[in-house]
Design a protein around this ligand. Sequence first.
Ligand code: ADP
Length: 780
Amino acid sequence: MLKAQNHSISRKLTWMNMLVSGVALVLACAAFIAFDMITFRQAMLRNLSTQAQIIGSNSVSTLLFNDPQSAENTLLALKAAPNILSAQIYLPDGRPFASYSRDRDRHSPVLPAIPPGQTETHWIKDNQIALVRSIVLDGKPIGAVYIRSDLQELYSRLQRYAFIAAIVLSACLLAALLISSIFRRAVAEPIVALSKIARIVSRDKNYAVRATPLRSPAELAILIDAFNEMLAQIQQSEGALRKAHDELEERVRERTAELEAAKKEVEEFSRSVVLAKEEVERGSKFKDQFLSTMSHELRTPLNAVLGFSDLLADERYGPLSEKQRRYIDHIHTGGKHLLTLISDILDLSKIEAGRMELAIENLGVQAAFAEVLSVMQPLADKKSQALSAKAETALAVRADATRFKQVLMNLLGNAIKFTPDGGRIELSGIPDGGRVRIEVKDNGPGIPDEEKQRIFEAFYRLRESGKKSEGTGLGLAITQRLVELHGGELSLNTQVGQGSCFYFSLPAAVSLREPLGRKTETSSRALGPQRILVIEDDLATAQLIHSQLSSAGYHVTLCEDPQNALEIAAQLQPNAITLDIVMKPKNGWEILIQLKGDPRTAQIPLIVVSIVDQPSMGTLLGADEYLVKPVDKMTLLGAIARHVRSHPKTKPGRPILIVEDDAPTREFIAEMLTTHGFVVTTAADGAQARAQVAAALPELVILDMMLPEVSGFELLGEWRASLRTAGLPVFVLTSKDLSLDEQRYLRTHAEALLRKQQPWHEALVKQIERVVAPSVAEKA
Ligand code: ADP
């Protein structure tokens, strides 16, 4: 290959030299010969012209005396010129006068016309050259001479020149060959050697080889020096690179080993983390189980203890001695403390574990204040304290109803507890930009500066005030976290001896929704069949709803024109309204806003019955219930029954059914209701309750959720699914830790939801009194 290349470059150089010299020579020879041929032809023409002139001059007299013989003799002189083929003398009229031909051919060609103003003309044809010249005497043409010559002499000359050119060319090429073989040594060989080195470098990556330096030619010497220099640099950088590479490899090896070790450690650690996590999960599961069991197992007997101690303290079963009264007080106080402690511990652990679910809704501040006050007022009364609440009617917050009330009760409870008798306690709701500021203010002892932060810690109680009164030290810790869960911050303004003001702010609600648990307050409906206004622009659907409601005994009024809905509702004052959403020209959302915004219709229970599946929107705008079409008869009647049960209290002919598996609690509720003048019957489990309701419909059911075998949820579901029991009032009374979904379900399907973790005795009686009148006069 190298040899082939070697040959190739020398051969190329030789060929190049020879080609260049050859081409140059050929071009030079061709130019010279062409020039000579042209010059020679012109000389021939000149010669012919001279001969024609001589013949013309010598023929003047012969033409004048008409002596063709003399003329032919004159022409015979041309024999001396071997190249002349023929010659003729013509008369002015074109007839031949005398002629000469080397080959004795007497043929006289027809003469071409001489261009006017000229004396002669010539032409070249068939390798011959011909010339005509006119013979002039005294300016008048008296004849013409025609001479024809061959070009033999020209061709011989050309051949001669070609021969000489060939010899010169060969000699030159030979010389070029010799010269190039000399130069090949100087030029090609160093290049070949250089390419050989380059090949070794590229193939073997051997940067130590060098090309042999040269003195000349200069360019090659520079090229070789630069090449060698480049190799030296590459060798140097390659050495440095190799060193760096080796170092890097070493470091990578070290790092890999370190990482390997670290990975092992991490794996070890993550294994231990997984184990720990599993341990924590097991622990947390156990804790959850423990807390939920504790919640139920401790609260249930405690509730009974509290209930019975209440009954005993009321001296319903005979007068008590001073000692007995004191002991019952101790039982009651201890029981209450324990119940609060259990609830507080459960709440706190739930918050800490991030499992406290909030059902945020639009909540009327005034209504919430009223509910809280109804519970706290008796406590304030006991201490002759002035307890007041103020908030604008329309003021509403975004909050979980239960937890919001819990926060208020905690703060009010503290204020009542620590403010001396006759003190003043104020609860207020103040609009504050897009938020609502809630304040609980008292004129009690106040809190020293150094304790201001510590009182929010769990189990921390002030030495002065705290120890004197009952409490767990968890109230403020829970309250603070609950407020934070709602997006607020609990703060305190206080001055020792002046009083304290606990305050926080929550996001204001856009629209106010009728608070839960007050459905039964929308009372004073007229007696007789209950009226339902059906707002529905589709005639077929309207008729279907009409027949479903009529068959259940309702008096139905149809409103097919949504534009008149508000006025009809205001005049009719129905017990409930069903409202479609997709209507024209006014849609159901607009009507819903109108109805809930007009004081004449705001209190009328409104049930949306629509194909549009947007219950949250309905709830936001104030709908009491939201049914998505298609709605079956049972669902519709159940919903209506839940919301229109607002007839004035009548003496019940039927008893109140208490469904409770814990015997003491069952007995206590029965006793409490009986002493309030209600007729009661009891069921110890779900199966009994089911059988009793099937046998005879009670006036109302008080239902515990945690029942053996058939749960409270199952019973409620069954009752709501049957036409006979769809409207049966059910009050849920439970110590179960309800999830948000369970809460939502119960709020939709039960008339009241009471929790045993909160004071519920009075609340239960009050709620029942709204629906059922006692059959006997209450004990004074
Ligand atoms: P508890 O009320 O069970 O003692 P809290 O966490 O609710 O526990 O309150 C912690 C402490 O803060 C109380 O023991 C009491 O000393 C102090 N405190 C709370 N509210 C007030 C108040 N309105 N006035 C004076 N001291 C208060």
